[in-house]
Design a protein around this ligand. Structure first.
Ligand SMILES: [Fe+2]
Length: 453
């Protein structure tokens, strides 16, 4: 896919970019007087004293300093983002599956009476489950989103943590303080804590501009590339494929009024400005939003028999305090060859010490029948709850002739995996299209026949 914006590349690089020549200071961060009368401002993504290998910060040179804005006003969820008001309350080990959020379904605004109004990204966020508290910088939330209109004259920032945004249908263009970032379906983006952005919806056709997908929010740390261990220096997600925005200023909107929405301790606040917050003429640093084309992922797996664990498909990880255990992993199941001999090739029957939130992004997933898990559907298999292939998929895979088989390019699934137990929102059970027949897909497995003695 041809991208419409230019980018700079390399995961975690220290970048330098300016959209007006001479705007970026040379040799220092904070000149007594910046070029053109710009204001220097640092955005810290880690503690000042974080180890150098983990330290993240960016210096911005902007038309007006961020501090120049009106007072924060607390806003009701219903007024601006009803789905952020849904809190995880329900503990259930049950295996859950939801069908895709549909254009016509009233769940999209979480307010049936409001179903005909336009829904932007912020209004369309719908919390499905959560763990922990942002005020403790500990935990995460999982959302789906549905939107059909762009944020206009408005921006949003999340003080509670990083947002990993995964479109399943349609394209988002994120106008961020650090530049423009397009995120079509099949790509993923991360907007780190505190960076203001507006999500714009790109029309899919003359008749529809809907966009939907999923969001993973982590309340501590940042996403990193996973270690590769014996795989070596190459394979999986290559650092050079991660793209970061170039400094970008829309001169036409610089002096207009903006409303900035903030999520802080899972509450919604708003302040107004008489100037755009997208006024960063130059920036340098390593704390920035980024995107990645999932088609660039180089999958690695067994080439003779059996399975590697799905961790082999990890794109990004957010670590916990325990080495080797993620607060959350972002994992994909990409198009690839399956070549294993004398092996049951789809995902195996499984009980896990982690929570698995699965999403079908495109095509048919190889462990579930197409009708039950279409693109846009998602499922939750919680800690120690048994899951695996459904009866139909099992029967097919256990008897098929094993030749090298290509999972087509039209397929893509993804998973948010977390070491935490999620509490589910009651709204996810009541308003999203819950598949109440899900667990029946595992009924009627014929018993094995064992010798009588
Ligand atoms: Fe699993």
């Amino acid at each position: 896919m041809k991208l419409r914006y230019d980018y700079q590349y390399g995961f975690g690089n220290h970048f330098a970019t300016e959209c007006v020549p001479g705007a970026l200071p040379v040799g220092q961060n904070n000149p007594q007087k910046c070029a053109y009368g710009l204001y220097a401002e640092q955005l810290s993504g880690t503690a000042f004293t974080a180890p150098r290998s983990a330290n993240q910060r960016t210096w911005m040179y902007r038309v007006r300093p961020s501090v120049d804005h009106g007072a924060y006003q607390r806003v009701s969820f219903a007024e601006r983002a009803p789905g952020l008001g849904f809190r995880g309350q329900i503990a259930t080990p049950e295996r859950l599956r939801w069908q895709p959020r549909d254009d016509a379904a009233p769940d999209r605004t979480a307010d049936a009476a409001d179903a005909d109004t336009d829904t932007d990204f912020l209004r369309g966020l719908f919390r499905i489950g959560e763990n922990g508290l942002p005020e403790d910088r500990n935990g995460l939330s999982i959302y789906s989103y549905w939107c059909n209109t762009s944020m206009d004259g408005e921006a949003f920032y999340n003080a509670d943590g990083d947002l990993l945004i995964l479109p399943q249908q349609g394209e988002l263009v994120l106008q961020t303080e650090l530049g423009m970032l397009e995120v079509p379906a099949g790509h993923v983006a991360v907007v780190p804590r505190g960076i203001r952005f507006a999500a714009r919806v790109v029309p899919m056709s003359d008749t529809t501009s809907t966009s939907r997908g999923f969001v993973l929010e982590v309340y501590d740390r940042h996403f990193e590339l996973p270690d590769l261990g014996p795989i070596g220096a190459n394979g999986c997600a290559a650092p050079r494929d991660f793209r970061y925005p170039l400094a970008y200023v829309d001169r036409d909107t610089l002096q207009s009024s903006w409303r900035i929405w903030a999520k802080f301790q899972n509450q919604i606040f708003m302040y107004e400005t008489d100037h755009s917050v997208f006024d960063v003429v130059a920036w340098h640093g390593n704390y920035a939003p980024f995107a990645y084309d999932l088609d660039r992922f180089c999958p690695v797996n067994a080439v003779r028999f059996d399975h590697m664990d799905p961790s082999i498909f990890t794109v990004l990880t957010c670590r916990s305090d325990e080495p080797g255990v993620a607060l959350a992993d972002f994992v994909i199941f990409p198009p690839r060859w399956n070549v294993q001999e004398h092996t049951f090739r789809p995902p195996y029957f499984h009980r896990n010490c982690m929570t698995e939130f699965m999403m079908n992004l495109a095509g048919e997933y190889d462990a579930k029948s197409a009708a039950g898990f279409p693109p846009g559907a998602c499922s939750l298999h919680s800690i120690m709850s048994a899951h695996g292939p459904d009866l139909e998929s099992f029967a097919r895979a256990a008897t098929e002739q094993l030749r090298p088989k290509r999972l087509p390019d039209s397929t893509l699934a993804a998973m948010f995996e977390t070491s935490r137990m999620l509490r589910i929102t009651k709204e996810a059970l009541e308003l999203l299209p819950l598949d109440r027949t899900y667990t029946s897909c595992w009924r009627d497995f014929p018993p094995a026949t064992i010798p009588s003695s």
